[in-house]
Design a protein around this ligand. Sequence first.
Ligand code: CAO
Length: 425
Amino acid sequence: MEKALQDVRILDFTHVQSGPTCTQLLAWFGADVIKVERPGTGDITRGQLQDIPNVDSLYFTMLNHNKRSITLDTKTAKGKELLTELMRKCDVLVENFGPGVLDRMGFPWETIHKINPKLIVASIKGFGPGPYEDCKVYENIAQCTGGAASTTGFRDGLPLVTGAQIGDSGTGLHLALGIVTALYQRTQSGRGQRVTVAMQDGVLNLSRVKLRDQQRLAHGPLKEYSQYGEGIPFGDATPRAGNDSGGGQPGRILKCKGWESDPNAYIYFITQAQVWDRICDIIGEPDWKTHPDYATPPARLPRLNEIFARIEQWTMTKTKFEAMEILNRDNIPCGPILSMKELAEDASLRATGTVVEVDHPTRGKYLSVGNPIKLSDSPVEVTRSPLLGEHTDEVLREVLGFSAQQIADVHASGAVDGPRQQAAE
Ligand code: CAO
């Protein structure tokens, strides 16, 4: 079957996590993604957090599936020449270098646009134009500067970063959408354009509901926050709200049977107004259906701690899976806290390709997260990440049309990683 982006060729200048997340998605949709790496070391994550000595790390392999890898020293004259040739042959250049790197390499936007006016140039930076535009940024910095950390955690504790990589992977997702949108516009305009996403902006976009609450504060306390029921006054900024629901239906994480020894024996429970009567029956408080202190959502808001404590008395008598089954019979929205171990073993996630097993020549088999975006006409087969420079000669031959002699000349110039290339073969 055809793939959605099978005619698209991507010059992938990305490294670490944010950019590679984006280009991996494009590769899964069928694009030919050519990852350009520095000779010798390649993407720094190949060697970071290694679990097996001298084997590409899971950090790298899990972000670079379905790509080809070439080495190219873009600071040499030959490297710049080859890069220019590749720009002519590609539809999109994606990069997440530090600020100014591409300019220093000799390829500002104006130059690239002249080389190939159809080329889309997509970039991730830590910040957009402004006082911090020259700063390098990693995941947790973006979570802190984009509003997520100040609103995550408990009111009386430190700001917290989350395990979900909303700064890196979140921004990569934003960029992927920008790229396909620019490709679509190019079908009409015939022109390339710049696509930029700042990590701060991406995180703020994902923290949108907290900016909502910031403005609601001007009109009174945030009644769905626990601190309202606790009688604690609000300050002038959106506070941290623990595990309170961020929406209009109050929710909490509650203990389940076994919580004393199992760190994940918890369930998220939402007291959705539509099913309040059924909740009352299940927890053994049928009088709450009509009692003026509990019958309506506004009446319940100042009593959320008491209400959730009562519900927790019930959830503690069930395992998280038993509670899930009972509550879902009555359409009560809830979800068990699933550990990474449980997710890795989940049969339905395996069946849908969201969790996949991949074989790698030096690592052996490992698990990865497949494409979470399912297209009915563009199936995804997750293939292993490339070894460093594994496809240098192949790309020179297939994409640039080089002869064996020209390839030998490139190796002799030192612009690519000759010995590693041969070792990989
Ligand atoms: N050949 C030769 N040189 C190369 C090369 C190649 N193939 N690829 C990269 N380089 C060089 C660059 O030219 C640059 O050199 P100069 O600084 O001399 O111009 C150098 O490598 C460093 O690039 P960098 O600034 O991107 O890398 P860093 O490790 O210092 O910083 C990071 C990493 C992620 C902080 C920075 O790239 C950044 O802020 N990126 C934008 C935001 C982002 O995506 N952050 C998320 C990363 S995931 O947490």
